[in-house]
Design a protein around this ligand. Structure first.
Ligand code: ADP
Length: 580
């Protein structure tokens, strides 16, 4: 892969806001011009003190100065706002892009990355770029102008005096570059450790019931304390770097001032410089050193943000190519696995599927049966295209899935998970999730809910379909969540249905309601059920029995029960081992 320049890659983000930036730069030019002009005014007043002392400053002079100050104030305010709002735009755009890029990652990416870590990338990493690209970049630009302007003024006042200072400036700039490099390395480590401690906290909170039940609060605290101690160590080492940088640069600043005053007094003695000229020179030199140090501190924070956003840009660059093939497909529901071999990228040594072959007719109901870890969920994951097979092929209506657009295939598939996931929002939103935004009408949502036996309980809520669920809303029971999930699948009206049967026992009444809902949903659709319940297995047209990634038996319940040495008979006799 060819090397991408990290600076250019980030500067490209400026393009959409270039108009606003140009306006901001104009305001900045006004403010800088006034700033550069001020010491000249001071020099004028000092050198003409004798004449001005009696009469005071002329009113026209004061009026002009006031007008200029007002202009400067307005330009400063406008500059701040323009740069800041442009920065916010850039960062929000980047957040959107990153979110989109994360959603486009293959499912295997989410096996590797923790959800908390991704959250931190969306906020903290991007935020660091925000600061570098907005306020700091604006003041750095301003500093660059002041630096150039004040240097020119100093040269105009006394080239010899300016030459003395010239010795100090490269030293400051070099220091900035040197520490920038170190900052970048440190910042990356700090950012990673911040993500790490966030991940630890999130994990323990998401399992807070387990933590309480097992009295593991001290353990959780110890884990978190360890993570933040590491973060602190890294941050302290970063702070030491900054401290050293600041110490040396302030030393340089004062040494420069001392040199200026000494040589300045010599030049005044020789009549080559006026008092006002020296005063203006000192003010200009402090402008130069301030702007040099703000330039170098901008450089460090720029490098820090490049380090912090390296992972963000890695993700942006690594998006999946959109699958080829037609955007819409007509599928009958017929599919087949042909000698499929697959290992999870995270566990390359273990074949989760080891030469699986079976065909399913449109409308057929297939139960997948086998001990936990046999590979049932993996079959569902491959059918959904979460992963690609390492060998063999998955065929829909005889066409290799590799040649079909993933989204077009998924349009015909719906899944009801073992633990149904609901988003925070209304019940109607959760059902409508099955279709592209805005595609589902209320009538269709209600029809789907009726089919899923969910309509009555939804209507019983005061807000009906607009009832909020999820984190801030009401908690639905397991059976109710299942039925909302079934309604969601029904709304999709899929050709192929994947059911991951709930293992946790629902009470008999809600299990019956869920079961009836599923029975209605399955009518006329190809259904693949990861089956745990005897009743479901019995109803399937065909049962596939799996063992350690292989298909060891298939047939109807009666056929399989007639095979005395088969795994199926064994599993049926020890139904307990089916769960999980
Ligand atoms: P089942 O659904 O029959 O319980 P799975 O299909 O979930 O079995 O798992 C098959 C094998 O693949 C198991 O050995 C399991 O540990 C492994 N496995 C499942 N999911 C992943 C994953 N995301 N990453 C790595 N290994 C996995």
């Amino acid at each position: 892969m060819n090397q991408i320049n990290p600076h250019l890659e980030r500067l490209r983000l400026l393009r959409p806001v270039r108009g606003r930036l140009a306006a901001g730069l104009l305001c900045m030019a006004v403010a800088v011009a006034v700033q550069l002009w001020a010491p000249k005014a001071v020099a004028y007043v000092m050198d003409n003190m004798a004449a001005l002392a009696g009469a005071g400053l002329p009113p026209s002079w004061l009026l002009l100065a006031f007008g200029v100050m007002l202009l400067q104030a307005m330009a400063s305010a406008l500059r701040y706002y323009l740069f800041h709002s442009a920065g916010l735009d850039i960062v929000n755009g980047l957040r959107r892009e990153l979110f989109a890029a994360l959603l486009k990652q293959p499912i295997a990416f989410f096996d590797r990355h923790h959800v908390g870590e991704l959250g931190s990338q969306l906020s903290a990493d991007v935020q660091s770029l925000h600061e570098a690209m907005t306020i700091e970049a604006a003041s750095a630009l301003r500093a660059a102008c002041v630096f150039a302007g004040a240097t020119a003024m100093m040269l105009a006042i006394s080239p010899l005096l300016a030459l003395v200072l010239a010795v100090f400036i490269p030293a400051t700039l070099y220091m900035g570059k040197f520490s920038g490099h170190n900052f970048r390395k440190h910042a990356k480590e700090v950012q990673a450790s911040v993500a790490d401690s966030g991940k630890t906290a999130q994990e323990h909170f998401s399992h807070v019931r387990l933590v309480h039940a097992y009295n593991q609060q001290p353990h959780s605290l110890a884990k978190y304390a360890e993570a933040i101690a590491r973060q602190m160590r890294l941050q302290l080492s970063m702070a030491r770097l900054v401290a050293g940088f600041q110490g040396v640069s302030s030393l340089l600043t004062f040494a420069a001032l001392l040199a200026t005053l000494w040589l300045g007094s010599v030049l005044i003695g020789r009549g080559q410089l006026t008092m006002g000229g020296l005063a203006a020179f000192v003010i200009y030199s402090s402008m130069v050193s301030d702007s040099a140090s703000s330039l170098s501190s901008f450089w460090t924070s720029w490098m820090r943000s490049i380090g912090a956003t390296e992972r963000v840009f890695d993700i942006l660059r690594s998006q999946l190519p959109a699958g080829d093939g037609a955007a819409t497909l007509h599928l009958s529901g017929q599919f087949a696995f042909r000698d499929v071999r697959f290992a999870y990228p995270e566990r390359a040594d273990l074949l989760a599927l080891d030469g699986i072959s079976f065909g399913v007719q449109a409308g057929e109901k297939i139960a997948l049966v086998g001990a936990s870890g046999a590979g049932k969920s993996t079959i569902a994951a491959l059918l959904l295209g979460f992963y690609r097979p390492d060998g063999g092929a998955i065929l829909f209506d005889g066409q290799d899935a590799n040649g079909l657009a993933l989204a077009a295939v998924r349009d015909h598939i719906a899944i009801v998970e073992q633990e149904p996931s609901l988003f925070s929002g209304t019940i109607a939103d959760n059902i409508a999730f099955a279709l592209p935004a805005g595609r589902a009408g209320m009538d269709e949502i209600v029809a789907a809910a009726r089919l899923a036996n969910a309509h009555d309980f939804i209507e019983a809520f005061p807000a009906g379909y607009q009832t909020l669920v999820g984190e801030r809303g009401i908690q639905l029971s397991g059976g109710q969540k299942q039925r909302v999930a079934i309604a969601r699948a029904a709304l999709r009206n899929p050709r192929i249905l994947i059911l991951d049967e709930a293992t946790s026992a629902l009470d008999a009444a809600s299990e019956q309601l869920v079961q009836r809902a599923l029975d209605q949903l399955m009518v006329g659709r190809t259904t693949l059920i990861i089956a745990h319940r005897f009743s479901t297995i019995m109803k399937a047209d065909r049962i596939l029995v799996m063992e350690r990634g292989r298909l060891c038996q298939q047939g109807s319940h009666e056929e399989l029960m007639r095979q005395p040495d088969g795994l199926y008979l064994h599993l049926m006799q020890h139904q307990v081992s089916l769960a999980g």
